[in-house]
Design a protein around this ligand. Structure first.
Ligand code: FES
Length: 171
């Protein structure tokens, strides 16, 4: 049974926010409705397939974040990870090998010490952007995800495209 508002979300799955039909040539750049704001505020996370790409959407401390669902390291299921703060930055911790990925930027974080000074306190460092981050918008209680158009090669692309892509896999 559909709840109030669900029907309007589902009916816009293949439409732009303005309600126009998508042009197949640019459909990967169009926002896709993935669910209702009320639902993700309760569940704190949800998964979706957006233009043939599997993503996870988190609702954390009043903000939405979307990223490729499979971890850039080895394809781990990020939607099953815990969110923790490292160096004041909220991160998803991959359940497979505990890599830490910032929700806001997709950077991989690690701790480093100076080997010439073993007494020094370990510091958090960034490996750079490793996980592709997508844009979340809210319109009339519906959550939309727009895939990243950033042209750089992101490590998580390996598991989101090509031979290693597994849509709706049973993790
Ligand atoms: S697969 Fe995510 S840390 Fe290894």
């Amino acid at each position: 049974m559909l709840l109030p508002g669900e029907e309007s979300c589902l009916s816009t799955l293949s439409m732009d926010l303005d309600g126009s039909e998508q042009d197949p040539e640019v459909k990967e750049y169009s926002p896709v409705c993935v669910g209702r704001e009320d639902d993700i505020k309760k569940s704190k996370r949800m998964t979706a397939v957006v233009h043939d790409r599997e993503v996870v959407i988190f609702y954390h401390k009043g903000e939405y974040h979307a990223m490729d669902i499979r971890c850039y390291h080895s394809g781990g299921p990020l939607h099953l990870g815990e969110i923790e703060e490292f160096d004041g930055r909220p991160c998803i911790v991959c359940p497979w090998h505990k890599y830490k990925i910032t929700l806001a930027t997709g950077e991989g974080l690690y701790q480093s010490i100076n080997p010439r000074d073993p007494s020094a306190k370990p510091e958090w460092c960034s490996k750079g952007v490793k996980q592709r981050i997508h844009t979340v918008t809210v319109d009339n209680g519906n959550i939309y995800v727009t895939l990243s158009k950033e042209p750089f090669k992101c490590d998580s692309d390996f598991y989101a495209t090509g031979d290693f892509k597994v849509i709706q896999s049973s993790f």
